[in-house]
Design a protein around this ligand. Structure first.
Ligand SMILES: Nc1nc2c(c(=O)[nH]1)N[C@H]1C(S)=C(S)[C@@H](COP(=O)(O)OP(=O)(O)OC[C@H]3O[C@@H](n4cnc5c(=O)[nH]c(N)nc54)[C@H](O)[C@@H]3O)O[C@H]1N2
Ligand SMILES: Nc1nc2c(c(=O)[nH]1)N[C@H]1C(S)=C(S)[C@@H](COP(=O)(O)OP(=O)(O)OC[C@H]3O[C@@H](n4cnc5c(=O)[nH]c(N)nc54)[C@H](O)[C@@H]3O)O[C@H]1N2
Ligand SMILES: [Mo]
Length: 770
């Protein structure tokens, strides 16, 4: 690639499709979901040529007696066994996988990799489903077909040729089913490495660490029944209408029941207004919207911790005169560290809380009042809380607040992180963890008769650094689009290109196939919607949702190509090639996934009797000790944390930029350039700004601006010519879309608490293009 091409790739990553018209910005005033969603779905089905197959498949989605799990987000299925709890984005997601378009060998013969690099990410994925294994041929700069056997040999040879197993890294994107996950981590550990970076390292690592430190288990404690029973919901840093649309149903039901719903987000997102529940046909017909919010607070970016501290302070201030403000009995019986926490709250002045949160004392008190008046509260959060320097402290502050009123271990109360990918939580449960615990490893060692390494492995950021230094030479991506999803795009590209071998197990063509190592393989796999035939018949896989429910998913479609293998089969193929003398019965496992589940039942905590329980109509819930008020913490109690409030106020002249998703995208998969609920059409290269911040900088509406980020180490990164959109966002804050804005995220800017890249608080200056 020439220097100027490279420069181009750095500065102008074009992710979305070619716009169909001029950019438009018109504030959105309609309810979330409803007819807008229905229309968007129909247009999408027509475009993908799936008007018949699409609806047929969707009918089998999230079905209590069979069918496949929606491969979209991790929101749980309705507890009542509702047959059709679906959403606009779930439908798009499934249809995107089921497309009739195919990327066969002719396609790769016609287009050199260097040419494809000039294509947008949308165009790459839009070519359709991958159909057979391909290997990069450096002579011609084309991908050419390779047999599965030869492909596995390439992987096996590279892995066997390493001086040290830690020279390999095995990435997981959170869709991988539990059975494939278990085999994948087993392969890595049998090889001798814990280098298991995953998308969780960019997502909810902070939540896991916070909950483990506070409660002893790294997951939320509530389920949908609790959502149905709670009196107050506090929703922080989630764009639910786009990213967990089925939460809208829960919010509307809560509102109808008279529950309080407080949204805490610098942006007033669509889910914080009103919705028409898409499967409620009468509401649809009557265009009847239900409110989904009783109070909206707009903290500054990173201001949540101060706001939560303010709520706690208010409750504590009230406690001398209001004996019911605190649950003293709960605090005394189940927690430790309360006195220190109370002292800390008392010592934190209101001025600091107001300044750091960006919310007035009066408004903090409003939220505190809701919290005090509710018998049962749930706090739910997503990336707006986690992708920060102090994500762990903030998630722990959420727990602090809950503990004050005993909002734990009883119906309708507790912490409820909203996980991302459909099985990202299951991946962790089944062993994808670069810092595995001794208990897990020793049990794995015993059950699987392997000697797993004990030292911690590399996470996402550390893997990129190690590849860049030439220390990790083989990179395997089990799904996902690592090149684009990871921070610091040009640096990550360089890192991947330094590898001896990159292997991507994928359903669709994406950037990570074009930014590759010296040798490169594309291994196409079955999608979740497809029938998985193995020796003992059609197989199912299991997944775990955000609320710890594990259930089976059975594909029903004919595979996109007869040459696809399932993910478990691909893992087994790679494992056998890399570990020819392995005693693990890889081939035998693949004949019947019940056999994998039988081993998992022995190796994993909470999976006893796995094969039977997973076949119950709604699956089963993994035991949550904290829910039973059993805390696996050093003290055996729930632990209050006492962290100082961080300084999140932007320095003069600078802004805090949050990178986020538009409505019409799934992480690095872009469906269109529209962001319906935020009123945007035909535009992704934009930055939402406060009007006063724009005025101060002489920036007019929709004018082009240059954005420069300054990393912790002082290095600068740029995006040029983005359009500034005036938006209802607090002063000092700005927002725009991932993955484009990963160019601005320095690899070194990860949280010292969670090692998560700081994707929601990038320090930037924004200037008008002169
Ligand atoms: N349709 C669709 N669904 C998805 C995805 C997708 O791309 N498309 N991705 C999936 C994945 S992997 C994940 S992890 C989840 C992500 O789900 P979200 O967490 O909703 O993802 P983001 O779009 O990054 O939005 C973050 C939200 O946080 C807010 N925010 C930003 N900074 C702050 C802050 O400092 N404080 C607070 N309180 N809020 C803040 C933003 O305004 C925005 O509303 O969604 C999953 N579901
Ligand atoms: N700046 C910024 N960056 C971010 C974020 C942010 O908020 N801001 N969010 C981060 C988060 S939360 C996440 S989770 C990551 C997402 O990171 P990833 O999970 O790595 O990325 P995706 O875009 O979800 O991956 C899409 C690709 O997955 C493949 N795929 C789809 N279905 C399947 C399947 O069933 N099997 C297999 N093997 N492959 C499949 C397709 O080839 C598709 O191209 O991005 C992170 N990056
Ligand atoms: Mo995520």
């Amino acid at each position: 690639m020439s220097a100027s091409d490279e420069e181009q790739e750095r500065l102008e990553p074009r992710v979305g499709p070619v716009p169909t018209g001029d950019p438009e910005f018109r504030p959105y005033h309609h309810p979330a979901a409803g007819w807008g969603a229905a229309k968007s779905v129909t247009q999408f089905l027509v475009r993908e040529g799936a008007l018949v197959d699409g609806p047929r498949a969707i009918k089998r989605m999230n079905h209590e007696d069979g069918g496949f799990d929606c491969p979209g987000c991790a929101w749980p299925d309705d507890t009542k066994g509702l047959h059709l709890d679906i959403c606009e984005n779930g439908i798009k997601h499934v249809t995107w996988e089921m497309t009739r378009k195919r990327v066969g060998r002719e396609f790769f013969a016609a287009h050199a990799v260097t040419e494809l690099r000039g294509w947008s990410d949308y165009d790459l994925e839009n070519q359709g489903r991958l159909t057979e294994p391909m290997v990069y041929d450096p002579e011609t700069d084309h991908y050419v077909p390779i047999s599965w056997k030869d492909a596995f040999d390439v992987v096996g040879r590279a892995l066997r040729g390493l001086d040290d197993p830690d020279q390999a890294a095995f990435y997981t994107s959170g869709r991988l089913g539990n059975e494939a996950t278990f085999l994948y981590q087993l392969m890595a550990r049998e090889l001798g490495t814990n280098n298991l970076p995953d998308c969780s390292n960019m997502c909810h690592e902070a939540s896991g660490r916070a909950l483990t430190a506070s409660l002893g288990t790294g997951k939320g404690t509530v389920d949908l029944k609790d959502w149905e029973a709670t009196d107050a919901l506090f929703i922080l840093g989630v764009n639910a209408a786009s990213n967990a649309p089925r939460m809208l149903t829960a919010l509307a039901d809560a509102y109808d029941r008279g529950a309080q719903i407080v949204h805490i987000n610098p942006l007033v997102e669509a889910a914080a207004t009103r919705t028409i529940v898409p499967h409620d046909f009468t509401d649809m017909a009557l265009n009847k919207a239900t409110r989904t919010s009783t109070l909206n607070l707009q903290p500054r970016i990173g201001g949540d911790m101060a706001l939560l501290r303010g709520m706690a302070k208010a409750v504590l201030e009230q406690s001398p005169t209001d004996p019911k403000a605190l649950d003293r009995e709960f605090i005394d019986r189940h927690t430790t560290g309360f006195d220190e926490y109370r002292a800390l709250c008392e010592a934190t002045p209101w001025e600091e809380i107001e300044n750091q949160s960006g919310v007035s004392r009066a408004d903090v008190l409003k939220a505190a009042r809701v919290y005090r008046d509710a018998d049962r509260s749930i706090v739910s959060w997503c990336l707006g809380v986690t992708q920060h320097e102090h994500g762990v402290d903030t998630a722990r502050e959420i727990v602090n607040l809950l503990l004050l009123r005993g909002n734990l271990g009883r119906e309708g109360a507790g912490p409820s992180p909203v996980r991302g990918h459909s099985n990202v939580q299951g991946n962790r449960t089944c062993g994808i963890d670069h810092r595995p615990g001794e208990e897990f490893l020793s049990r794995l060692a015993e059950v699987c008769d392997i000697e797993p390494p004990r030292e911690h492995g590399l996470d996402t950021v550390a893997t990129i650094k190690a590849m860049h230094r030439g220390e990790v030479k083989v990179f395997v991506g089990m799904g996902g689009n690592f090149a684009l999803a990871a921070p610091d795009t040009p640096y990550t590209y360089e890192a991947l290109r330094t590898c001896d071998l990159t292997v991507q197990v994928s359903t669709k063509l994406n950037r990570s196939h074009l930014v590759h190592g010296r040798e490169a393989l594309i291994l196409p796999c079955l999608g979740r919607t497809e029938k998985d035939h193995q020796r003992k018949g059609v197989q199912s896989t299991s997944v775990e949702d955000s609320m710890s429910m594990v259930h089976l998913s059975v594909g029903m479609k004919r595979p996109a190509s007869p040459h696809l293998l399932s993910e478990p089969a691909i893992v087994a193929g790679m494992a056998r090639a890399a570990l020819p003398d392995s005693a693990t019965p890889w081939e035998w496992y693949i004949e019947d996934y019940d056999r994998i589940r039988d081993t998992m039942a022995q190796a994993l905590d909470g999976f006893e009797d796995f094969n039977r329980r997973v076949r119950l109509p709604l699956g089963f819930r993994i035991k949550q000790p904290a829910r039973e008020l059993v805390f696996r913490t050093p003290s055996g109690r729930a632990e209050f944390s006492v962290a100082a409030l961080p300084d999140v106020v932007p320095a003069p002249g600078t802004l805090a930029l949050g990178t986020m998703r538009s409505h019409d995208q799934w992480n690095t998969t872009i469906y269109s350039d529209n962001d319906r609920y935020r009123g945007i059409k035909n535009l992704r290269t934009l930055v939402f700004m406060n009007r006063d911040d724009m005025r101060e900088r002489g920036i007019t509406a929709s004018a082009p601006v240059d954005i420069t980020s300054t990393a912790k180490d002082g290095s600068r990164r740029h995006l040029n010519g983005y359009l500034a959109i005036p938006y209802d966002i607090p002063r000092g804050c700005a927002a725009g879309y991932m993955p484009e804005m990963n160019v601005l995220c320095a690899l070194g800017d990860y949280s010292t608490q969670s090692d998560q890249p700081i994707m929601k608080h990038v320090k930037v200056t924004i200037t008008a293009v002169r």
